[in-house]
Design a protein around this ligand. Structure first.
Ligand code: PLP
Ligand code: ZN
Length: 437
């Protein structure tokens, strides 16, 4: 059933000037189908020619010695390229002009823990608002950029719910490539400005994200899209691997230890599936001890196709028409939805959703308790964490990491009305009169 969505897409290769078999993407060995295991050489393709299943990167990690690898990572740069030996990028990637995202803060959130009834020292926020364009999307774009370079693409593109558009625009500017990105026409001003400021072309599409994505799939098959690398479509297998770095960093920052529970936002579901892949790789490589962990997915109620399927016990994700302030997560037909269901069920986690009101309350709660101003996606994960604890699904005595994947300055509308405590004359009397002394 899960192949149905992809079956409508042609298995497309975009013509580039480079022979795909000659590319150097480090430890990446081939592309492998998630459904049937069919392998093809590295190239700008994303769907299996046998069964239309999604392709992902297969690696050859066999030469690595665990302790040597750990030392190499620890001696690496304070960005995602410390994990270059585990990513589809050439060994010299750190020397190329790029945004060098990652190695963001893992904040021990004791005040938030206190409010949520979690044991002191057990709750952490992985704060990815600290990336160059203020969202986790810089991680995934950094991988796609290397693939675009390797395959000889001259224009970087994407369909975006907002954050990705900014990340692509900035990465292309740094790399000296053209960018042309597509977004729904009605996004938040902060996202639109962030996407436009880097000088690339920004196109608003009259429709929602799913319409934008469909349009991009058509453009890829058209001569007008020749030479274009769509980071989340024809470069998706490479792009998706960037989210593994969240898992790597969390474990390394915890002292090379798996968290017990992790709460991840869901739009397409790609990030959640790759966080799981990253954790599993660390176990297989011997970099962390193998112990059970649970992955929880978080959605806004106004766009909750995956949590709806999870709660109903379904394997199939039925598309929804999004209507939520959490616009960065507003994907009504999530490509990786069925895989998210598998992971939540396999690990003993869950997928939950919260109302827009709960999202706003959670943004304010995180800001008030930890000094972290999250965008609406962060409000979704914190709000869902609160709900999961209240419902007894998340254990407050275990080490839990909540992802904040974006910056609140991009979604100011969500907290409109937050402002001055008082306006006073510049006198002490006036200050006292306002009850502030
Ligand atoms: C801030 C933020 N968090 C999380 C996500 C979810 O990403 P995915 O599509 O990988 O599920 C997005 C996607 O746009 C996002 O912008
Ligand atoms: Zn296949």
């Amino acid at each position: 059933m899960r192949r149905k969505g992809l079956a409508s897409m042609a298995v497309q290769t975009v013509a580039t000037s480079t022979d795909p078999s000659a590319v150097d993407l480090g430890p990446a060995a081939a592309l492998s189908c998630r459904e049937c295991g069919h392998r093809v050489p590295l190239g700008p393709v994303f769907a299996c020619e046998e069964c239309f299943g999604p392709l992902e990167i297969a690696y050859d990690f066999s030469a690595y010695d665990t302790e040597e690898l750990r030392k190499r990572i620890e001696a690496g740069p304070a960005n995602i390229w410390r994990y270059a030996p585990l990513l589809p990028v050439p060994a010299d990637v750190a020397t190329k002009p790029n945004l060098n995202p990652g190695w963001t803060k893992l904040v021990q959130a004791d005040h938030l823990a206190g409010e949520l009834g979690v044991e002191t020292g057990k709750l952490f926020v992985k704060d990815d608002s600290g990336n160059p364009t203020h969202s986790f999307k810089d991680r995934v774009v950094a991988q796609a950029l290397e693939a675009a370079r390797a395959f000889g693409f001259t224009t970087l593109s994407c369909s975006s719910t907002g954050n990705l558009a900014g990340a692509v625009g900035a990465a292309a500017a740094r790399a000296g490539l053209r960018s042309c990105v597509f977004i729904p026409h009605d996004l938040e001003q902060g996202k639109v400005v962030m996407a436009a400021i880097y000088g690339g072309e920004l196109v608003g599409i009259e429709g929602n994200y799913d319409d934008v994505n469909r349009f991009c799939s058509e453009l890829i098959g058209d001569p007008a899209g020749e030479g274009w690398g769509f980071v989340n479509v024809n470069l998706r297998p490479y792009y998706a691997e960037g989210s593994k770095t969240l898992a790597y960093e969390i474990c390394e920052q915890l002292g090379w230890r798996l968290p017990d529970q992790i709460v991840v936002p869901i739009a397409s579901g790609s990030q959640l599936t790759k966080v799981d892949k990253g954790l599993q790789e660390l176990v297989k490589l011997g970099l962390v001890e193998d112990r059970p962990y649970k992955i929880f997915g978080a959605q806004a109620k106004g766009c909750s196709p995956v949590s709806t399927a999870f709660k109903a016990g379904h394997d199939v994700v039925r598309p929804q028409k999004p209507d939520t302030i959490a616009k960065s997560l507003a994907i009504g037909n999530p490509a990786d939805g069925p895989y998210v269901l598998d992971i939540a069920r396999r690990t003993g986690g869950a997928v939950e959703d919260v109302t827009d009101e709960q999202v706003v309350d959670a943004i304010k709660l995180l800001a008030r308790t930890e000094g972290i101003f999250a965008e609406t996606a962060g409000g979704v994960t914190v709000g869902v964490t609160k709900k999961l604890i209240e419902d007894g699904l998340l254990d407050p005595s275990l080490t839990t990491v909540v992802l904040n994947t974006g910056d609140g300055l991009k979604t100011l509308d969500a907290v409109a009305g937050t402002g001055l405590t008082a306006t006073i004359r510049p006198t002490l009397d006036s200050f006292r009169e306002a009850g502030l002394a």
